[in-house]
Design a binder for this molecule. Structure first.
Ligand code: CO
Length: 132
């Protein structure tokens, strides 16, 4: 296992990139838009891992709702897994509260599922399985 990426909620990708790309010097590996999650995404490479900047696409976006409550900042930590179905079954058996009981489509040919922060001591965890 490794940390696949850390998701950061931002109001504006272009404003955030001035700091993360322009000042800190990370480079963007790709952009994406995931309409069903209401986000535009910029992925920045950092070693073997990545920082995922998340800009909401509208007022109904979960990222808008998050920022209304908590402001900009770390939104989730994503853990790469080999077999997301198997991991979800293990978590269910352990009584962990899941947001997604089955995987859904993520950005860049991934399958993802979120674990509820009430089961992970306040951190929204995302499981990621990369496509072959
Ligand atoms: Co993510």
């Amino acid at each position: 296992m490794k940390i696949d990426h850390i998701g950061i909620a931002v109001k504006s990708l272009s404003e955030a990139l001035k700091v993360y790309e322009g000042a800190i010097g990370l480079s963007v590996g790709g952009y994406d838009q995931v309409d069903e999650q209401g986000v535009r995404v910029a992925m920045l490479k950092i070693g073997d891992s990545r920082i995922e900047l998340l800009e909401p696409t509208g007022p109904e976006s979960p990222i808008t709702k998050f920022m209304t409550k908590r402001g900009e900042g770390i939104h989730h930590i994503a853990v790469e897994v080999e077999d997301i179905e198997k991991t979800l079954e293990t978590l269910k058996a352990a009584g962990v509260r899941l947001i997604d009981s089955a995987p859904r489509q993520g950005a860049h040919n991934t399958r993802i599922a979120f674990i509820h922060p009430s089961s992970t001591h306040g951190v929204l965890l995302e499981l990621v399985q990369h496509g072959k």
